[in-house]
Design a protein around this ligand. Structure first.
Ligand code: GLV
Length: 455
C-alpha cells in the first residue's frame, strides 16, 4: 500500500503527478488555505504532508496526526512549523533552501531600486495626471544606488546573492551576522549599530523567531541615516511595523521597500497613507521557475523521507533514530572534513589526498571531504554543503598543517559557526589540529575509527 500524503495547497500539476507515482495523494487543489480544523481532519490518516508558509503546524495539530512521519515546507523559512514539537513526536521537518536565493535577491533589488528612485509613487503620480511640467529640481529627486553602502542583516545564502548584485553596482557591502563569515569576499562584518548608522540601504535577511522578534524597532530606526531605506523580504515581525510607520511618517528615514508584514495579509492600514513605502504581497520567491523548483525540492524531501532515506533538507536530524520509520532510515551520518591551506604549495595538498585515501581504504562508505582556506576550491562552506547533501549530521573538522603561523586557528571557529547557521541541526566539531607527519597518521587512524563506529 502506498503511503498517504496531504498536499495543502494548489501546486504545479507536474509536482502532483510526480507525488502520485509514490503516494496516495490527498490534494487540496485550491489556492486558499485549509482551516486548522480541516487540516487536522485531513492529517488524521497521513504519513506525510507538503505545506506552505501560511499553514501552521503546531503541537495541537500534530497531536491529531498520529501517523505523520514527515512535514515538508515549500519555503525556506519555517517559522510556521513548530520544529521542536515535530521532533518530540519523531516527525521529520524539511524546508527548501538554495533554490530561491537568486530570485529572492532579485526581489530585494527590485524593492531597493524602487524605493531609492520612488518608482511606484512616481508611476501613481503619472497615472493620476499630475505631471504638468518637467522640472530640473522636483519632488522626484531620489538617492543613488551605485556607490552607496548596503548593510545586510543576516549574511546567509540569500545575503550573499544580494552582496554579489551590490558589487555590480560598485557598492560598499557591510553585514552583520551572529558570526563573521570569512568565506564571504568583499563584504565587511560590522557591529549591528555600525550597520544601522552607515548603511544607505539596510536589508533585512534574518529568519523570524522569538529571538529576532522586533529586531528592528524605534531604537534601530533612530540610528539610521535620514536618507536611508529599509528593505525587508525576510519575514514580518522582524521589523516593528508600528515603529517603522512612525519613522517613515516623520521622515526619520527616507523610505522602505517591504514584501513581508506583521499579521500579513492584514497589514497595518497606516502603510497605505505613506508615499515613501513600496509594498508587495510576499512574492520574494515568486517566479514560475523558482516556485516549481521549491515544490520539486519539497517533493524530493517527501519522497526520500517516506522511502526510508534521510531527506536532503532535514531540519531535525534528531528524529531519524526514533522516528516511526527509524528502522528503515539511514542514520544521520558522521563525517570528516579535512581543512587547511592548500593553494600556495602543491605539497600542502598531498596530506589531504593521502588521509582521505587511507580513510576510504579502511571504510569505503566513510564520508570524507577536503576544504581549503584560501584560493583553492572547495571552500570550507562548499565542503560542508557537500557533506550535508550526502546526509552528514555530525561533521568532525580536522585542521591539517597548522605550521607556519596559520590563521586557520582564528578563522575555523567562525567558519564552523557560520556553517551551523546555514545548516540548522548539523553539528560541527573541531578536532585537535594535525601538524606533522606522525600526527597526520595518528589522526588518520582515529578518524577512520570514528567513522566506522558511526557506520
Ligand atoms: C518565503 O518566504 C520562503 O521562506 O520561502
Amino acid at each position: 500500500m502506498k503511503p498517504k500524503v496531504l498536499v495543502t495547497r494548489r501546486l504545479f500539476d507536474e509536482v502532483v503527478v510526480r507525488l502520485s507515482e509514490h503516494f496516495e495523494v490527498d490534494y487540496h487543489d485550491d489556492d486558499d488555505a485549509l482551516s486548522a480544523m480541516e487540516l487536522t481532519a485531513r492529517l488524521a490518516d497521513k504519513n506525510g504532508v507538503m505545506l506552505v508558509l501560511t499553514d501552521k503546524l503546531d503541537a495541537q495539530i500534530l497531536a491529531g496526526a498520529p501517523h505523520l512521519k514527515v512535514a515538508c515546507n515549500v519555503a525556506v523559512g519555517y517559522n510556521n512549523i513548530d520544529v521542536p514539537a515535530c521532533t518530540a513526536r519523531g516527525v521529520m521537518a524539511t524546508n527548501t533552501p538554495g533554490v530561491l536565493n537568486d530570485t529572492t535577491a532579485d526581489m530585494v533589488w527590485a524593492l531597493l531600486m524602487a524605493s531609492a528612485r520612488r518608482v511606484v509613487a512616481a508611476d501613481k503620480w503619472t497615472r493620476d495626471g499630475q505631471w504638468q511640467a518637467w522640472r530640473f529640481l522636483d519632488k522626484w529627486l531620489g538617492q543613488d544606488v551605485h556607490h552607496a553602502t548596503v548593510g545586510i542583516l543576516g549574511m546567509g545564502r540569500i545575503g550573499q546573492a544580494i552582496a554579489k548584485r551590490a558589487r555590480g553596482f560598485d557598492m560598499r557591502v557591510i553585514y552583520h551576522n551572529r558570526t563573521p563569515q570569512p568565506d564571504v569576499k568583499d563584504a565587511t562584518w560590522v557591529e549591528k549599530d555600525v550597520l544601522f548608522a552607515e548603511a544607505d540601504f539596510v536589508v533585512v535577511m534574518v529568519p523570524y523567531s522569538p529571538a529576532t522578534h522586533h529586531l528592528i524597532g524605534t531604537a534601530e530606526l533612530a540610528q539610521m541615516k535620514p536618507t536611508a531605506h529599509l528593505i525587508n523580504v525576510a519575514r514580518g515581525g522582524v521589523v516593528d511595523d508600528v515603529a517603522l510607520i512612525a519613522a517613515l511618517k516623520n521622515r526619520q528615514i527616507s523610505g522602505a521597500g517591504l514584501d513581508v508584514f506583521e499579521g500579513e495579509p492584514a497589514l497595518n492600514p497606516n502603510f497605505f497613507e505613506l508615499d515613501n513605502v513600496t509594498l508587495t504581497p510576499h512574492i520574494g520567491s515568486s517566479t514560475r521557475a523558482t516556485r516549481m523548483a521549491m515544490a520539486m525540492c519539497a517533493a524530493d524531501n517527501l519522497i526520500a523521507a517516506l522511502s526510508g532515506q534521510t531527506p536532503p533538507n532535514l531540519l531535525n536530524p534528531e528524529t531519524i533514530k526514533d522516528s516511526p520509520v527509524g528502522a528503515d532510515v539511514t542514520p544521520s551520518r558522521r563525517a570528516i572534513l579535512l581543512f587547511g591551506h592548500g593553494a600556495k604549495n602543491p605539497e600542502w595538498a598531498a596530506p589531504f589526498v593521502a588521509i582521505r585515501g587511507a580513510i576510504l581504504a579502511r571504510d569505503s562508505s566513510a564520508l570524507v571531504e577536503s576544504g581549503f582556506l584560501e584560493l583553492m576550491r572547495p571552500t570550507f562552506a562548499e565542503a560542508v554543503d557537500r557533506l550535508v547533501a550526502q546526509g552528514a549530521g555530525e561533521i568532525t573538522v580536522v585542521p591539517i598543517f597548522m605550521a607556519a603561523g596559520s590563521h586557520i586557528n582564528k578563522d575555523l571557529p567562525l567558519l564552523a559557526a557560520a556553517a551551523m547557521d546555514q545548516h540548522q541541526g548539523v553539528a560541527i566539531k573541531l578536532a585537535p589540529p594535525v601538524g606533522a607527519e606522525t600526527s597526520v597518521l595518528n589522526a588518520m587512524a582515529d578518524y577512520a575509527m570514528t567513522v566506522k563506529a558511526a557506520g
